[in-house]
Design a protein around this ligand. Structure first.
Ligand SMILES: [Zn+2]
Length: 148
């Protein structure tokens, strides 16, 4: 796992930028939100669960409860900064890449791998129910290590 504390120390200029991103998304840039945004958006695109982000926050000495992490992730999701990918009833991942794409879910590692949108094709999709529109289609392909 990359040392995010180190990263934010070497890139102090990211902070004003993330503050602006939060403001543009309609969220007040509180200290906690900015700190969590740094952890989430400070590197390449990734998929993170609330529990993972919580432990990263502890390592980076960002003192927030798991409940605050959940709330913040859902606020970021509602503001369009994150995409939520639910793999089952009890587990969701938050994707910093909000563009259209699909996922492999590696069951034994609890890890998501991106699948480009163009790699998945549908022969038929049902019409949305009356008065509704399709927002997007998520495909999660579940995989595990092949044992020979
Ligand atoms: Zn993804």
């Amino acid at each position: 796992m990359p040392d995010r504390t180190q990263m934010s120390r070497t890139h102090p200029s990211r902070k004003p930028c993330l503050t602006a991103v939060l403001r543009m998304a309609g969220l007040r840039p509180t200290r906690q939100r900015v700190a969590l945004a740094e952890l989430l958006f400070g590197g390449p695109h990734r998929h993170v669960s609330a529990e993972q982000l919580h432990s990263e926050a502890s390592v980076s000495r960002v003192n927030v409860s798991l409940a605050t992490i959940y709330n913040t992730l859902h606020q970021f999701h509602e503001a369009g900064l994150l995409r939520e990918v639910a793999v089952d009833a009890s587990r969701s991942y938050f994707d910093t890449d909000t563009s259209d794409h699909h996922h492999f879910y590696v069951e034994d590692e609890q890890r998501m791998i991106d699948i480009p949108a163009t790699d998945v094709a549908f022969q038929a999709l049902p019409e949305a129910p009356d008065g509704m529109v399709v927002t997007h289609v998520d495909v999660v392909v579940r995989v595990r290590k092949a044992h020979s």
